[in-house]
Design a protein around this ligand. Structure first.
Ligand code: GDP
Ligand code: IMO
Ligand code: MG
Length: 452
């Protein structure tokens, strides 16, 4: 029998033209959180977005909160890629993201009042992305109450409906953008089924179905011009003329559903694999993977945090660093930099370089500690424990550095930094085994020292 199998495997899916593995197309640059979130990903993306053609979100929802300061104006983004500020780039919300439509439009309108122009024309939304409904958000709250009542502790979610929406996706009852834009009668029937399903689990859940459907219909018309087949859109972006494509991670490695501090995590893959599955792009097209890490550690919500400082140091980091959640307004828990977790994030993501942010917050400290290893029963362990009870028990081994006690906020190049700060940075770089490409010393765009 004659087979044409091998010939076809090398052909472009879209045009049928021959393509070799060396001609894989453009590479995407991925920016990922290396701790428990809020490392300053938005700021790093904003910096790179000034030259980008596309900025994409691949996972998470409006649980993320990314602050970007441009020309003294502070914008915060939750669902919109931070690159939306750049009038020359296209922003894309990929299939791996879960979208709460009222939240999306509210966010756009709010930022428009601050001066963001034309965002709806620059936004592309994948037709495969799942929708977060208002009742998912209510259920998120009910689940938290239930956890508190049953286990004596909750997760401390953002109550944005993220867990319930990804649960609907995984249980194959979720509804996607393409469903909303398809036959509305069919969509309505499936929506009603989904509501009934949740009401059987949570009898106290009340949903005004007709009102919800009316609103969804309105949103669908506003959304329609932005919707594309995300896979084909990315394919064209990767295989057209040279393009700069950025992927903005949301949440972070230690909040990843598979690799994070489960169950105190979010419900998506915030590590590098999420870029492929959340956009529909091959691993071959992944280029640089930049890890963003704060010069200390913070965490919002519940869960183990080995280097947490429940003392004056933690309070100082919280107040000096303005460590308050962008999405929930909760105070972030603070502690020393934990290199065990950053190395663990590197094992999973294979960072090609690191952005170390908020060095300036450490400027006033007499001494600075860095967690370098975990010990269990007096013995160093080489891995990051999966079990939260074990993680709660680890003893952290620290390196102590003298503080530089100098204001670094005006530093713009490596040589402007005090020797003791340089020493701190070099130690981190050597310990993780990844070059540090940027050091952040302030909120705005220009406060980022580029090392190479
Ligand atoms: P993201 O979720 O990773 O995008 O980070 P967030 O925006 O939630 O939190 C980071 C916060 O730190 C924001 O308020 C930023 O404006 C701020 N920030 C980022 N980099 C620096 C820095 O180098 N120095 C200082 N002082 N603030 C920074
Ligand atoms: P960015 O992108 C910090 C945390 C929540 C909670 C847990 C689960 O700004 O870094 P969820 O609502 O996702 O079900 O909450 O995850 N969390 C974040 N913490 N920054 C984030 O995003 C976060 N996204 C989720 O606080 O503990
Ligand atoms: Mg944030």
């Amino acid at each position: 029998m004659k087979t044409t199998h091998h010939k076809n495997a090398n052909q472009s899916a879209a045009t049928g033209q021959k393509r070799s593995r060396n001609d894989a197309g453009n590479k995407v640059t991925v920016v990922l959180g290396a701790q428990w979130g809020d490392e300053g990903k938005g700021k790093v993306v904003d910096l790179l977005a000034t030259e980008a053609d596309f900025v994409c979100r691949c996972q998470g929802g409006n649980n993320a909160g990314h602050t970007v300061v441009v020309d003294g104006k502070e914008y915060d983004f939750h669902l919109l890629p931070s690159g939306i500020i750049n009038p020359k780039s296209v922003s894309l919300i990929g299939n791996g993201v879960v979208i709460h439509l009222p939240g999306l439009f509210e966010e756009g309108d709010k930022n428009e009042k601050k001066g963001l122009k034309g965002w709806e024309k620059r936004l592309i939304v994948s037709d495969r992305a799942h929708l977060v409904f208002d009742f998912h958000q209510v259920v998120d709250g009910l689940q938290e109450t239930e956890r508190q009542a049953q286990e004596g502790k909750n997760i401390g979610t953002t109550k944005k409906g993220i867990g319930p929406a990804y649960s609907s996706k995984a249980s194959r009852t979720g509804l996607r953008v393409c469903d909303l834009l398809g036959d509305f009668k069919d969509f309505s029937a499936r929506f009603k089924n989904l509501v009934r399903q949740y009401q059987s689990m949570y009898p106290s859940l009340t949903v005004d179905v007709e009102d919800q459907l009316k609103k969804l219909k309105e949103y669908s018309e506003r959304l329609r011009p932005m919707v594309r087949d995300g896979v084909y859109y990315m394919y064209e972006a990767l295989h057209g003329p040279p393009k700069k494509i950025l992927v903005e991670g949301a949440n972070a490695a230690l909040l990843d559903i598979d690799f994070g501090t489960y169950p105190f995590v979010t419900s998506s893959n915030c590590t590098v694999g999420g870029a492929c599955t959340g956009l529909g792009i091959p691993p071959l097209n992944i280029g640089d993977v930049f890890g963003v890490a704060k010069a200390y550690t913070t965490r919002v919500g519940i869960g183990a945090f080995p280097t947490e400082q429940l003392n004056a140091v933690g309070e100082l980091l919280q107040t000096r660093g303005h460590e308050v959640g962008v999405t929930t307004g909760r105070k972030r828990r603070c502690g020393w930099l934990d290199l065990v977790i950053v190395r663990y994030a590197h094992m999973i993501n294979g960072f090609t370089a690191i952005a170390l942010t908020k060095l300036d917050i450490l400027d006033v400290l007499d001494e600075i500690k860095v967690g370098v290893a975990y010990k269990l029963n007096g013995k160093r362990i080489p891995h990051f424990p999966a079990n939260m009870d074990v993680l709660q028990k680890v003893e952290v081994e620290y390196e102590t550095f003298p503080g530089w006690k100098t204001d670094t906020s005006a530093a713009r190049k490596w040589n402007d930094l005090p020797a003791k700060a340089q020493n701190y940075i070099r130690f981190i770089e050597n310990h993780i085994g990844v070059p540090i490409k940027w050091v952040g010393v302030g909120k705005s765009r220009e406060c980022m020292i580029q090392m190479f």
